[in-house]
Design a protein around this ligand. Structure first.
Ligand SMILES: [Zn+2]
Ligand SMILES: [Zn+2]
Length: 352
């Protein structure tokens, strides 16, 4: 038997239940409508996405969450990402074998053919309104002033977490002759940061560069460097070889047919740097960020002897836990017969 208070509260509670149900069910229906689509298209994951109106609102909320640092991870997740000694980073380009050193997120040093390449560098702590970034989980493994001599910067695209203007300005000051390889729509930002030697390779055309052959290839991603989230440039994957070893750098991507094509044109590759994080919520970002299983599929499609997971564990860009990311990446690697590894930030691996 219910109390008078219960009876009085009942109609209101029922109305609130109905409102809540409508709020939950309506987006689910819209998602369901989209899910019944063909599932084709560049990203091949469009079936997971919410319908456009729900997605626009959802992405707005997602970006507010990123800006406010609302995505919290536990202590165990922070412990998953150890930081290696900075002294090793300063020697990342001094060995006699090609090697890759992860600097966090999509920043890495690629040492190949005696050249020292830096990818998507975010290495300056200075807060910046022109390059806003969410809270960093772990310290930077090295500052620009302590880097080894860098021959070139390779940018996958111009999103804030990949093209960090304070870092580019510090690099331009320390290395005035530094060359910067960019996809379309990104050069203006790099110029703004002070770099003058900007190279814009043509998609799919191999380019001789400082004794290396570098080829820009597609990625299923775009540059959206503005407050309206409209496309402002492209995104590239980069194939880099010295004629003996071949490395594929993918800074950010959704899953799609580009990688089967890269496998046909360039495979097998010795090492792929492949993004594995920022893949939730799937209904909002499935076409722009691969999940760990898709990352392993990409590694398999390009015939990678070793896959190193990047674009995870550095910035709070999404709600998934880094420990889940790593567990799923390793597990998918075992299931699909791909050697899938992660490094500590500042850690180095020889190219197999
Ligand atoms: Zn991006
Ligand atoms: Zn990114």
């Amino acid at each position: 038997m219910s109390s008078p208070v219960d009876r009085a509260a009942s109609p209101l509670a029922w109305r609130m239940c109905k409102m809540l149900a409508a709020m939950l069910v309506l987006p689910a229906l819209l998602v369901g409508c989209t899910a019944s689509g063909t599932g084709q298209g560049p990203g091949e994951r469009r079936s997971e996405l919410a319908a456009a109106p729900v997605r626009v609102l959802g992405l707005a909320q997602h970006h507010v969450n990123i800006a406010l640092g609302s995505y919290h991870w536990g202590v165990g997740d922070a412990a998953e990402i150890a930081t290696a000694a900075a002294t090793r980073v300063s020697q990342a380009c001094s060995g006699d074998r090609p090697a890759v050193t992860w600097l966090g997120h999509s920043s890495a040093i690629i040492y190949i053919g005696g050249r020292c390449l830096l990818t998507d560098p975010v290495l300056e702590p200075k807060p910046s309104t022109i390059s806003p970034l969410p809270q960093r989980l772990v310290d930077m493994p090295i500052r620009v002033d302590d880097l080894p001599e860098i021959d070139a910067v390779v940018l996958s695209h111009g999103d804030y977490d990949h093209l960090h203007l304070p870092t580019m300005t510090a690099l331009a000051r320390r290395f005035p002759k530094l060359e910067v390889l960019v996809p379309p729509g990104v050069a203006g930002f790099v110029q703004q940061a002070g770099s003058v030697r900007i190279i814009r390779p043509r998609l799919g055309a191999p380019m001789q560069f400082q004794g290396l052959t570098i080829t820009a290839e597609r990625a299923h991603h775009e540059t959206r460097r503005n407050l309206t989230a409209l496309k402002s440039g492209d995104a590239f994957s980069w194939v880099i070889t010295d004629g003996r070893k071949k490395i594929l750098f993918i800074g950010d991507t959704g899953y799609g047919p580009a990688f089967r094509q890269i496998g046909r044109s360039h495979g097998p590759v010795d090492l792929v740097l492949v993004p594995i994080g920022a893949y939730e919520p799937r209904e909002l970002v499935a076409d722009m960020h691969v999940n760990p299983e898709e990352a392993v599929r990409i590694a398999r499609e390009v015939g990678a002897r070793l896959a190193i997971g990047i674009h995870w564990g550095t910035f709070k860009l999404s709600p998934e836990r880094p420990s889940d990311t790593v567990h799923r990446f390793r597990h998918a690697g075992r299931e699909m017969g791909v050697k899938a590894r992660v490094l500590p930030i500042g850690g180095t691996v020889a190219v197999p």
